[in-house]
Design a protein around this ligand. Structure first.
Ligand SMILES: *Cc1c(COP(=O)(O)O)cnc(C)c1O
Length: 422
């Protein structure tokens, strides 16, 4: 299927219908000006060249129009979030009315839990995966405490079995069978940031709903990486950031999905602000709160236009590449990386990410024996940007928009040299 040869990697690049997108990105360089092998798009995506142009437009409109830019800018600021909705909805597989860009990820997670974590004295527990991203765990624990529950009792971890690295769906079923009547919310990170495991969203959602629980996903590592089909898979809510696979710049605004079934429910509790108010009367300033239908009704503040301009630049690139095409290439690239790593036959490293392409995205998590972090430092010295996650994993994620088969080949060659030297 694949071949372990530079010429093969170069041929794959030549045949790649998405190859020209690499030229649309700024690839990081070392101090001598050499292009680095960047495999960290799962942590911070790269800058599209057109981003500065989109930002410059807003700076110019601000400079020349001042406050009038709200209505007269080339892309007026008042409805700016609407310019992002359709492309974002396509990427996460949602209806436009189910998606909004606002705040940042952990903040959105809290706002969603205000609405979708509604504990009672007997049904109050929250399930998350055991290796959840720390911010998610802190957020969930603090919600439990906010309602007066002890996280030791209220937080249920969906764990891999003894000696295993991945969570099994059967074990979540077991948890639900035993504790379903005490559980209020399932909040799962998909794809898992550490192992790279993508969980079956539809099965998890249906399982949660069967037990009368609400279900949300943190798609920080899913959005722009895997097909999340949110509407069809049916979770109650989802949140994500736009600075990882979605390439919108450090600390950029987050995304939020609320399923259509909640679009007009007046009984949902929520924290509100003027940006969630009826657009027609928002500036009358004296009306009682009149909530917008759909996800937009959860907005609080007028959002950062500079950040949204960067998101728009990025979404335009996704739009022209086509997300399905990107996913297809991603599977090839990651499959090639896995193949080359397996060819190394070195027992100091082991891939813990699932082999099944339906259970992962771009990322491979490489577990290093004896938690030897020097391997990661040597890779940096050799011009490869990956990241290290405690206790013992190197994460590498070829991003289909700007990584090539040659990048993947060179990475594995350099890793091989480092492993052989030590
Ligand atoms: C990256 C990431 C975060 C970061 O949260 P911010 O609020 O954007 O700082 C949180 N959760 C997960 C799962 C992540 O991958």
């Amino acid at each position: 299927m694949f071949e372990n040869k530079l010429s093969y990697a170069q041929l794959k690049d030549q045949q790649d219908p998405l190859k020209h997108f690499r030229d649309q990105f700024l690839l990081p360089i070392d101090s001598a000006g050499n292009t680095l092998i960047y495999l960290c798009g799962n942590s911070l995506g790269l800058q599209a060249k057109k981003t500065s142009e989109y930002l410059q437009q807003e700076l110019t409109d601000w400079a020349t129009l001042g406050v009038e830019g709200h209505t007269d800018a080339k892309h007026p600021w008042l409805p700016y979030n609407e310019f992002l909705t359709n492309s974002m909805a396509k990427i996460v597989g949602a209806k436009p009315s189910e998606v909004v860009i606002m705040n940042s990820l952990t903040a959105n997670l809290h706002f969603m839990m205000v609405s979708f974590y509604q504990p009672t004295s007997t049904k109050y527990k929250i399930v998350i995966e055991s290796d959840a991203f720390p911010s998610d765990k802190y957020a969930v624990e603090s919600q439990l405490k906010y309602y007066g529950f002890d996280p030791h009792d209220g937080l249920i971890l969906w764990k891999p079995r003894e000696g295993e690295k991945l969570c099994r769906f059967e074990d979540l079923e077991q948890i639900m069978n035993e504790h379903g009547n005490e559980i209020a919310l399932l909040m799962i990170g998909n794809t898992n940031y550490y192992s790279g495991q993508a969980f079956p969203m539809k099965r998890i959602t249906e399982l949660g709903h069967q037990h009368g629980c609400l279900v949300g996903f943190d798609l920080a590592h899913g959005a722009g990486n895997i097909q999340t089909n949110l509407h069809e898979n049916g979770p109650d809510f989802a949140v994500w950031c736009t600075y990882k696979y979605l390439n919108s710049g450090p600390g950029s605004l987050g995304g939020c999905f609320v399923h259509e079934r909640h679009a007009k429910n007046p009984d949902l509790k929520r924290f509100t602000g003027w940006w969630g108010h009826n657009k027609k009367t928002r500036f009358n300033m004296r009306h009682d709160f009149d909530v917008l239908p759909g996800a937009e009704g959860w907005q609080l503040s007028n959002p950062s236009i500079l950040s949204m301009a960067a998101i728009r630049a990025s979404l335009d690139v996704f739009e022209s590449a086509g997300f399905e095409n990107l996913v297809r290439k991603s599977r090839q690239l990651t499959g090639y990386m896995e193949y080359l790593l397996e060819q190394l036959k070195n027992d100091r490293i082991k891939i813990i990410t699932p082999k099944d392409p339906d259970q992962r995205g771009a990322q491979l998590s490489i577990q290093v024996t004896d938690a030897d972090k020097t391997l990661h430092s040597r890779l940096i010295e050799a011009g490869v940007i990956s990241d290290w996650r405690e206790p013992n994993v190197i994460r590498v994620a070829p991003a289909p928009l700007y990584n090539s088969f040659e990048d993947v080949f060179i990475f594995v060659e350099r890793l091989k040299e480092i492993l052989n030297k030590e």
